[in-house]
Write a protein that binds this ligand. Structure first.
Ligand code: HEC
Length: 157
């Protein structure tokens, strides 16, 4: 990856961290989002949603697209993995929910951000979004799940 692409990635990562706080203050969810990776009913819904809506880009095994850190000729990043090798688990529940519902540009506060990641507002119900993210979390190894629990506690003590 060239220097410009790297700088762009770092910018988005920083904006995601800074913007997420701003976004959540402005749009406090009426109900706190909490993933339920141990609820078998939720996981059944989540797996169905994942196969229908996410697997085409993020991969049937959550492996993402090849060379996912390098933007393509169109300037867009490939879909990252949702397994332990990606950075999905670096984000607390509410950030994952908002990324999926409202899209990356809105959460990062970069309205014209050029991304292939759709926003699922109006396409998936809130509980379907919670279910699919819960299913993704259920697939992480125990150590990664524990780290993610810790990230959640730090995000909203
Ligand atoms: C058309 C391809 C595509 C589909 C379909 C898709 N995604 Fe994505 N997704 C992406 C791309 C590309 C990114 C990287 C965002 C960027 O451009 O910075 C991404 C990023 C994400 C992220 C942020 C990950 C991180 O580490 O920051 C989450 C969460 C996510 N997707 C969840 C989902 C879920 C849940 C679904 C299904 C409901 C889904 N995506 C469907 C392409 C897709």
């Amino acid at each position: 990856m060239n220097g410009t692409a790297k700088a762009g990635l770092a910018l988005v990562a920083a904006a995601l961290l800074a913007g997420a706080g701003w976004w959540m203050q402005r749009t406090a969810a009426p109900v706190r989002v909490a993933l339920q990776p141990d609820d078998l009913h939720v996981l059944a819904v989540g797996e169905r949603v994942y196969i229908a809506h996410c697997a085409s880009c993020h991969g049937a095994q959550l492996e993402g697209q090849p060379d996912w850190r390098t933007p393509g000729a169109d300037g867009r990043l490939p879909a990252p993995p949702h397994d332990a090798s990606g950075h999905t688990w670096h984000h607390p529940d509410e950030v994952l929910f908002n990324l999926t519902k409202y899209g990356v540009g809105k959460v990062a506060n970069i309205p014209d951000y050029n991304t292939a990641m759709p926003a699922y507002e109006g396409k998936l119900a809130d509980d379907e979004i919670v279910a699919v993210l819960s299913w993704i979390k259920s697939r992480w190894p125990a150590a990664v799940r524990a780290k993610h629990d810790q990230i959640n506690r730090q995000a909203s003590p």
